[in-house]
Design a protein around this ligand. Structure first.
Ligand code: HEC
Length: 219
């Protein structure tokens, strides 16, 4: 199957499958989900760094998809279980330092490259944060899927994060970046540390963008 046409063809296959399914009776949401998964599985192949195993859902993905399909919020107990398990995956920086260079963090937040089949193996990923968040005022092009992070540290009264003064906020922010599900079971934010999208040094630089009082985010 040609790469450019994958989605179009997947759509066509899905549509024809649905017509057949509809003749045999209306498929349930679960059956439709199964058909969609099979169609996706048959329509993609490994290419470069983009591997088909990305279609495999982990437990949290599966539980959150099931809730979505049922049109309900995640069951509170299941949600708490996902959050607790996600929090356990968070690896704090071994040297106890959470903040790097906000200027490098800004470049990472701006950079949406990485993980596609055209990216050479071993290339450095971006964080793509502006795709979902307002961050610094200088950037006027941003998405609104996530909340604005402008004045992130300032609004939380963080004036000297290196002193340990704002430990709870600093650790929460690190955990959120490492694995967003630790604080919101069905978060739509990429799990930057957990999924090895960003490395420890990159995470520190992004932390500085959000929390360093000298960062334009907190002016
Ligand atoms: C695909 C969209 C998406 C991307 C990309 C994304 N985020 Fe988020 N982010 C969200 C959403 C949605 C929320 C709110 C829901 C939640 O808490 O998970 C959020 C929440 C947050 C929060 C918590 C805010 C608070 O007030 O507690 C922080 C901090 C954050 N994002 C930082 C970042 C940074 C830094 C990056 C880039 C490295 C980033 N996000 C990339 C969607 C995204």
């Amino acid at each position: 199957m040609k790469n450019d046409n994958t989605w179009f063809l997947a759509g066509a296959v899905l549509a024809s499958t649905l017509v057949v399914a509809a003749c045999a009776g209306v498929p349930s949401a679960q059956e439709l989900d199964k058909i969609a998964a099979q169609t996706l599985g048959a329509s993609f192949r490994d290419q470069g760094v983009a591997k088909v195993d990305r279609l495999v859902q982990d437990d949290a993905n599966r539980e959150c998809s099931a809730a979505d399909i049922a049109g309900k919020p995640i069951d509170a107990q299941v949600g708490r279980r996902i959050e607790a398990a996600s929090l356990k995956t968070v690896q704090m920086p071994p040297d106890g330092k959470f903040l790097g260079d906000w200027k490098l963090g800004e470049a990472i937040a701006q950079n949406g490259r990485g993980l596609t089949w055209t990216d050479p193996a071993g290339s450095v990923n971006g964080g793509n944060c502006y795709n979902c968040h307002q961050i610094s005022k200088a950037e006027v092009s941003y998405g609104t899927i996530g909340p604005s992070l402008y004045n992130y540290g300032k609004l939380r009264g963080v004036s000297n994060p290196e002193s340990g003064e704002a430990k709870a906020i600093v650790e929460y922010t690190w955990g959120k970046l490492w694995n967003a599900r630790a604080y919101n079971a069905c978060s739509g934010m990429p799990r930057f540390g957990h999924a090895q999208i960003l490395g420890e040094k990159q995470l520190k630089d992004v932390m500085a963008l959000l929390l360093d009082p000298a960062s334009p985010v907190n002016q």
